[in-house]
Structures are given as structure tokens and as C-alpha cells.
Write a new protein. Structure first.
Length: 320
């Protein structure tokens, strides 16, 4: 048994491992639960964890330039549609995605995965010239160097306060800004019916946006090359068990009255596997993310999607 530290967010996909219902063969794991921002910062700056949940945006950036301290496992611990992450000032004449052209938009980090997805679908689905937008950030977890022609600068103050004060026209963020929740400023989502917009986009692309993957520090995988396979198997089994629990009706495992019916509907809508792990099933989506990173100036050139993951796990199939 090898001792390992594993940092990740607690969710229905990870708790079956954290509470011991499932185990990673050959490993004695100390789980370190936390919020993504802190985990990513410590993993990328300090290489603090032997196994870590990792931002796909940052993983693409560091792998493309050849200095990634981690190698991925195609266990996608976070996925989220991100149309709901676009907040606008309603007093700026912004009525559609096209009206974002030429605006000043805040985002926590330029390399953030949520922002990567939003810029990608703004360009490819809505025809917005994202290079013509002035991007204002809260800072970067790892240093990035962009080519000439990209207007990306740190804002130098709190992004939510800047949105409330009208200093930026819009904000992309995975959490609703306070001024939106409190209705203290003329701020709303760009797409008020985000679910309908996201479902239509999913119907067009087939993508359920990958946010985070599981990753193993390179020095660890060099010593234990069998580890990525065992991690994949354990996490896939835990995820399958969590989805099966959603469908139980003898005793509801989630505190929502129609969760089983909603689970059945969403599983059907997502082709029978609502949260797919595995490389082959997700290759096209990962290739799109790499394409977005190149268009954003975050990667100098496209890399094969396979380069993000350990070779031993590329052929493994997900447990539906």
C-alpha cells in the first residue's frame, strides 16, 4: 500500500471514496477536501498534492508549453454548462451575445476553464469576435504569456464591485455575483432562460463542458505507473454508484421530491450516461477545448488530446 494525498471537491462523485465505500487498489489515501480555487493554486504553484483535481484550462496551458507538473486521468470531476455564468449590465444595450463585441468583460482568470468555454462558444456558436473584447482579470494562478493583439489585463480591484459600479460591462464567473443576487445594480444573466439555451447548445454540439480532471503528479506516476488505471477504475465505480442512488425511490437519497424522475429524464437526454468518464468518449470535446485555447492565445499550437493524459488510461471505458 502506498500512502497518497488526494485533493478534490466533495461531491456525490467523490464522497463514496472519501467515506471508504470504494477504495483505490494498492493505495492508502488521505483525502484533502477543498474548494477548486485553493486546490488548483496549491497544486500548480506548490505541487502540494500527489493526486489532485485540476483545472482543465490550466492543464491544457501547462501541458502545451511543456511545464505541467501533473498528468491527467480522464476522470472529469466537474462538468457544467456555462451559459449561466455570463452576467451583464442591463443598462448598456446588451440584448444578445452579439452585443458583447468590443465590450469590457471581467473574469477571475483568463485561463479559467469556465472562461475558456464561454469564449469558445461565443466565437464558434454565436459569432462573437472575442479577440476584440477587453478582458479584465482578477489575477492568474500560474503565469501566462499571450501573443500581441490580446487585450488581457488585471483589473486591480474586486470584479464584483467593478460590475456593480458599472466599471465593466459584463462578468463571466462560476458563482453569481452579489449584486445579481441582491438586485443592488442593473445586472442580469445574458440568457435569462439559461437551461433552454444550454439544452439547445448541447443539442447542437453534444458537449457537456468538462471543467476539471483528476491528475497525478509526474514524479509519483513515474514511481507507480500502475496508479492511473487504479484511480480511473475506483472513481468510475464511485460515480456509477452515485448516479444509481439518484434513481432509488424506496428512500430518496437526495432531498428533492422528484429527483428520481428528473434523473431518469436527464439520463435519457444525455444518451444514457449523464456524466461520462474515459478518453475516447470525450476526445472530441477535449479537442474543442484545445482549439479554444489556441484561439485565445493560451497555447502556441494545438497538441493532441492524448498528450493531456497518461498513456495507460487512454483505452479504458467508462462505467455507465
Amino acid at each position: 500500500m502506498i500512502p497518497l494525498t488526494l485533493a478534490c471537491t466533495a461531491s456525490d462523485r467523490t464522497r463514496p471514496l472519501m467515506d471508504g465505500r470504494f477504495r483505490v487498489n494498492g493505495c492508502d489515501i488521505t483525502f484533502i477536501p477543498g474548494e477548486p480555487e485553493d486546490i488548483f493554486r496549491r497544486a500548480l504553484r506548490d505541487r502540494a498534492f500527489e493526486v489532485s483535481e485540476l483545472s482543465m484550462g490550466s492543464h491544457i496551458v501547462t501541458t502545451a508549453r511543456g511545464d505541467s507538473p501533473y498528468v491527467g486521468v480522464p476522470v472529469f470531476l466537474s462538468r457544467a454548462f456555462r451559459h449561466s455564468a455570463v452576467y451583464i449590465r442591463t443598462d448598456r444595450g446588451i440584448r444578445s451575445a452579439a452585443d458583447l463585441a468590443g465590450r469590457t468583460i471581467g473574469l477571475p482568470e483568463y485561463q479559467q476553464t469556465a472562461a475558456l468555454w464561454v469564449r469558445g462558444f461565443l466565437r464558434e456558436h454565436y459569432g462573437v469576435d472575442t479577440k476584440g473584447i477587453a478582458w479584465r482579470t482578477g489575477g492568474e494562478r500560474v503565469a501566462i504569456t499571450l501573443p500581441a493583439g490580446f487585450d488581457v489585463q488585471p483589473l486591480g480591484r474586486d470584479l464584483e464591485a467593478a460590475l456593480e459600479a458599472g466599471e465593466i460591462d459584463a462578468l463571466i464567473g462560476p458563482r453569481p455575483p452579489r449584486c445579481f443576487l441582491e438586485r443592488s445594480a442593473p445586472v442580469d444573466r445574458l440568457w435569462p432562460d439559461t437551461r433552454a439555451e444550454e439544452q439547445a447548445w448541447f443539442g447542437s454540439t453534444g458537449f457537456f463542458p468538462i471543467m476539471h480532471c483528476l491528475a497525478v503528479r509526474r514524479d509519483v506516476v513515474e514511481r507507480h505507473p500502475w496508479l492511473p488505471v487504479e484511480l480511473f477504475r475506483a472513481f468510475a465505480a464511485a460515480k456509477a454508484a452515485s448516479i444509481a442512488e439518484l434513481r432509488l425511490v424506496n428512500v430518496l437519497r437526495v432531498s428533492l421530491p422528484w429527483i428520481a424522475a428528473e434523473a431518469e429524464a436527464q439520463i435519457a437526454a444525455m444518451g444514457g450516461n449523464p456524466w461520462p468518464y474515459g478518453f475516447a468518449r470525450n476526445r472530441e470535446e477535449i479537442a474543442a477545448m484545445i482549439r479554444y485555447a489556441v484561439a485565445d492565445g493560451l497555447a502556441a499550437q494545438a497538441i493532441p488530446p492524448e498528450a493531456l493524459f497518461h498513456p495507460s488510461v487512454l483505452e479504458l471505458a467508462d462505467v455507465a
